[in-house]
Design a protein around this ligand. Structure first.
Ligand SMILES: [Zn+2]
Length: 661
């Protein structure tokens, strides 16, 4: 069966477009399917929030390009594909900044060609939204935004010495605010909505504009129409929740969307983290990677359901969380007593939008707030059908190019996918959730002490926990390896993968001389630290090609332990100076000659830097009484078709909500 499925659909610039399959959806019962269906609509309804967060003009730009795309007749045949490629990359990235390099991308046609295409599309019946201005004036106004790569060039800029806030285009702070101003203001305790507000300077005063729907006695804020539409579908989902407990989870989330209050979000998280329902979701302002200060969160929404077979293994790992905590290499004072063993599920995704779609993570661990993790535990999910679609669409060409010898290739073929899955599982289940911070932080989140550095540090810490335990004998008891020998081989494969990625990830940064994305920085930190502080890795060259060859796994593990202990100390103590020194030294700058070599080698292989997924499509089967009796899943195999439908849906929902008042 699976041979007939189409995974890779097309290639657009640096991205592969891949169809995602909702494996096992048909086996759910109709109540579960209906529940997912309403969550799916809620996820779609919130999608434009992310796009507007990425740039204050991003929705306007998208609408222009979507109109041209839908009215293409008689547009110059050389210009047409350039407009389509730009729009597809926009859809995949939720805006015109590359999700890996954080840099702006621009269309390959000229502004004049674009303008002509707009005029032609207008004659073909395109409806451009030009409230209060002419189309020409609108295009002129957006010219720099779309066509000038040097105008607001970075989505998020954390270059040491640069102004993090003014230098980042992300739509979290008004353009007239400097980093120092925001930090000084936040220090006075006036930042009441750190996660979900836009910070503006108006008439010399700094104010927060909260992202909320309004209700419960609170006035509406930014994104009110979007959030009201989300709430409408969440309310419809409630009767189909698996239990009264889960219904309450949703009610708490709705309350938070109405008030925007941090305390309501905490109450929701405390409830959600204990909810182990088969169908589950993540929705809201969650991850803070895009904020140079690490405070404001990007909108994301996912609905998913567990894969029972795979989940058993993950839950076994979670049961041993205390065992792994006890044998961590950090000081005893940073070891925590695990009172609730973390929830760990292997899931299949039905839909992801915003921060998690079309580009998707492979594992998620939440909530992010350290105090909740310490007190109430955490929940991890491994995204099974996403990982599967990655593997089916990519193959092993990259490994063959960058592996030093035949042994490395054979080990990868035999144990690569086991090692990869184990790495993700340990990263999420026993990595992020581990460790305890010092009382000196007085209950404040360590992220507050490490602005610009916390995310990189935390990602590295979770990876290092996986490496530290890579061939632990308990993995055999858990059922993740069939014997000590196999555990060792899986573990060694994991180290090879971790070191190799230090090299191969250079393919994803184009001509940057430094890394921007937190996961990439964390991988560089680990790889370079091990290489410079031990003899575990030999740098070999053959026919002008560079290889990172792991020669001593014990030495690599020893080095892993040193770095892990230090990162835990930095997090626990909020030691910004030490974080800066380590990450700037090992995780930031790139050897540009090596970068060019890697990119040349990869160019010949023709592989993508990242993947945008086309989501499954859900459609209700409704009986004569208007009741949903079943939900059908289908696969569009077409990015443009799906994205245009999503845009249409969200636009209509927002318009209806705006009218409702
Ligand atoms: Zn992580």
């Amino acid at each position: 069966m699976s041979e007939q499925k189409r995974y890779k659909l097309e290639r657009v610039g640096p991205a592969d477009v891949v169809q995602l399959y909702a494996e096992g959806f048909e086996q759910l019962n109709s109540k579960e399917k209906t529940f997912i269906y309403y969550l799916y609509l809620a996820a779609l309804a919130g999608r434009d929030i992310t796009i507007e967060q990425h740039h204050r003009h991003a929705l306007e730009v998208r609408d222009l390009f979507e109109q041209i795309f839908q009215h293409q007749e008689n547009i110059d045949s050389e210009v047409r594909p350039k407009i389509s490629s730009y729009l597809k990359l926009f859809w995949i990235n939720n805006g015109f900044y590359d999700n890996l390099t954080s840099r702006k991308f621009v269309p390959e046609c000229t502004f004049e060609q674009f303008k002509n295409a707009c005029m032609t599309a207008a004659r073909n019946g395109a409806q451009f939204d030009v409230a209060g201005e002419t189309l020409e004036a609108k295009l002129e106004r957006l010219k720099k935004v779309v066509f000038d790569p040097n105008y607001e060039p970075m989505l998020t800029n954390k270059t040491p010495g640069k102004d993090f806030t003014a230098g980042s285009a992300v739509n979290f702070y008004s353009r007239n605010l400097s980093y120092n101003e925001v930090q000084a203001w936040a220090k006075t305790g006036q930042e009441k909505y750190p996660l979900n507000s836009y910070v503006a300077k108006e008439k010399g005063r700094i104010v927060e504009k909260v992202w909320r729907a309004g209700g419960e006695g609170v006035p509406p804020g930014v994104y009110a129409a979007d959030l009201k539409a989300v709430i409408k579908y969440l309310e419809q989902a409630i009767p189909f929740a698996s239990s009264e407990y889960q219904a309450e989870t949703i009610r708490k989330l709705i309350r938070y969307f109405k008030t925007g209050s941090l305390e309501d979000f905490r109450q929701y998280n405390i409830h959600w983290v204990k909810d182990d329902s088969k169908v589950d979701f993540i929705m809201g302002f969650i991850e803070v990677y895009l904020d140079p200060r690490g405070q404001k969160a990007e909108w994301e929404a996912s609905a998913f359901y567990t894969d029972p077979e795979q989940t058993r293994l993950m839950q076994n790992l979670a049961k041993f969380a205390q065992y792994f905590e006890d044998k961590a290499p950090w000081k005893n004072e940073y070891k925590k007593k695990i009172e609730h063993s973390p929830i760990a599920n292997v899931i299949n995704v039905a839909v992801e939008t915003g921060g998690t779609g079309p580009v998707s993570p492979i594992g998620i661990n939440l909530p992010n707030e350290q105090a909740i993790r310490q007190q109430y535990g955490s929940k991890s999910v491994l995204l099974h059908n996403i990982v599967d679609a990655y593997e089916k669409s990519q193959g092993k060409v990259l490994v063959k190019e960058f592996a030093w010898d035949q042994l490395e290739i054979e080990m990868e073929e035999k144990f690569g996918s086991l090692a990869d899955n184990l790495h993700t599982a340990m990263h999420e289940v026993i990595g992020h959730g581990s460790g305890k911070v010092s009382d000196k932080l007085q209950g404040r989140d360590p992220a507050d002490f490490l602005p610009g550095y916390y995310n990189t540090l935390e990602e590295a810490r979770a990876d290092l926990v996986a490496l530290w335990n890579a061939w632990d004998e308990k993995l055999v008891d858990i059922g993740l390896a069939r014997g000590k020998g196999e555990a060792r081989q899986i573990g060694e494969t994991m180290y090879r993968q971790q070191i190799r990625v230090t090299l191969t990830q250079l393919r994803r940064i184009e001509k940057s001389d430094q890394l921007e994305e937190d996961h990439m920085k964390s991988r560089a930190l680990i790889g370079h630290y091990i290489m410079e502080n031990s003899n575990a890795v030999k740098v070999e060259t053959r026919e002008g090609k560079t290889y990172y060859h792991v020669v001593d796994f014990e030495a690599a593990r020893k080095s892993t332990g040193e770095l892990l202990a230090e990162l835990m100390r930095i997090k626990a103590e909020g030691d910004l100076r030490a974080a800066t020194a380590l990450i700037d030294r090992y995780g930031l700058k790139v050897d540009t000659n090596l970068r060019d070599e890697v990119q040349q080698r990869v160019k010949k292989l023709d592989i993508a830097s990242y993947t945008g997924f086309v989501m499954p499509q859900l459609e209700p089967v409704v009986n004569g009484g208007g009741k949903i009796t079943d939900v059908k899943v289908s696969y569009p195999l077409d990015l443009a078709k799906q994205m245009l439908e999503y845009s249409r849906f969200t636009r209509a929902e927002k318009a209806a909500m705006a009218k409702q008042k």
